[in-house]
Ligand binder design. Structure first.
Ligand code: MRU
Length: 333
């Protein structure tokens, strides 16, 4: 399957991202509870993919709550609320759910049409943003070809297709301008080591995996021409929420004078939030930190702090590239 998400005869088909890199399998989701579970367990993950999944989830609910030409809108709204609440940080999820819900009065088929349009749009906007980001990186970085550091997974798996930051990196490669990608493993769920390396290998691109704490050291050592990441929510002042570990990369990049560039669709902007401090950061299960592949790696009962995201202040962000514009935060250093 080329796309990460699809619709097939009353079911959502999704690449199971928990199985990669060892198995490329799809799951077939036929109930709203299955959709909620898939989002919660990161079977489906990455902000743009969550937006599309949210919309498809509402389409599924609308179909399940339609009978004899009547649609139980209250039941669909309750499902929608449950889906949107599953992961609070990536604004795309609530955005996708809301956009699909806006079609509810026109019936279940209209909701599905809107969700499918969103899948097409996601692929299109990522392609445009990736191209614009590649142009910008070649403008602000002198060295050729580029050595890029990225974090988490922002590729085709995190979107419907193409990817955001990783889409831009692949675009650099397509232009013959990529030397190497340094990939942070992305503890605790290892989206970097499991998914990004898999995508880079699939694309045949030179890359090295490192522990997350090696990122700032690599930047300080002059091994990196630019840091390119995605985003889960961008506040009105351009503070950026992204995978935990992003902030330390931005600090190191700022200190070293290395461009720190965010690639994200407009749907990741949350203009209702004035600043990053207002972003709700999802905290996940302690087990994700105390265990590795089911085996304990900390004494039983160890207390845990497990935020899934951090917020990088706008003054550390060189630029945010979307499908529509280049945002240079006013206070960028
Ligand atoms: O917890 P995840 O894997 O959903 O987090 C994903 C990220 O933080 C990505 O960097 C972000 O969604 C941008 S994806 C194009």
């Amino acid at each position: 399957m080329e796309r990460t998400l699809a619709w097939d005869d009353g079911a959502i088909i999704a690449v199971d991202q928990t199985m990669l890199p060892f198995h490329y399998r799809t799951v077939r989701l036929i109930t709203v509870n299955e959709v909620v579970d898939a989002i919660g367990r990161l079977v489906i993950r990455g902000a743009p993919a969550l937006g599309a999944a949210g919309a498809l989830g509402v389409a599924l609910s609308a179909r399940l709550h339609s009978a004899n030409g009547a649609l139980d809108r209250a039941a669909v709204r309750a499902d929608a609320e449950q889906i949107a609440g599953t992961r609070p940080t990536a604004v795309n999820l609530a955005w996708g759910v809301e956009r699909a819900l806006a079609c509810l009065s026109a019936g279940a088929e209209a909701v599905l049409v809107e969700a499918m349009n969103m899948l097409d749009e996601d692929e299109q906007v990522n392609r445009v943003a990736a191209g614009r980001a590649a142009d910008y990186l070649l403008e602000v970085c002198d060295r050729r070809p580029l050595r890029v550091l990225t974090h988490c997974n922002t590729g085709r798996l995190a979107t419907v297709a193409v990817g955001t930051a990783l889409g831009a990196i692949k675009e650099l490669a397509a232009r013959g301008q990529l030397e190497e990608v340094l990939v942070g493993e992305t503890r605790p769920l290892l989206q970097g080591s499991r998914l990004t390396t898999w995508e880079l290998a699939e694309a045949g691109l030179q890359h090295r995996l490192m522990v997350d704490s090696a990122g700032p050291a690599a930047i300080a050592a002059g091994m990196v021409d630019c840091v390119v990441v995605g985003a889960d929510r961008i506040a009105a002042n351009s503070d950026v929420a992204n995978k935990i570990g992003t902030y330390s990369l931005a600090l190191a990049a700022s200190r070293a004078g290395v461009p720190f560039v965010v690639v994200a669709p407009e749907s990741t902007q949350d203009l209702l939030l004035a600043r990053g401090a207002d972003i709700v950061v999802e905290e996940r299960s302690p087990q994700e930190v105390t265990h590795l592949s089911g085996q304990p790696v900390a004494p039983a009962g160890t207390a845990v702090f497990n935020p899934a995201f951090d917020v990088t202040p706008a003054d550390l962000v060189t630029a945010i590239v979307t499908e529509r514009r280049l945002i240079i935060p006013a206070t960028a250093g």
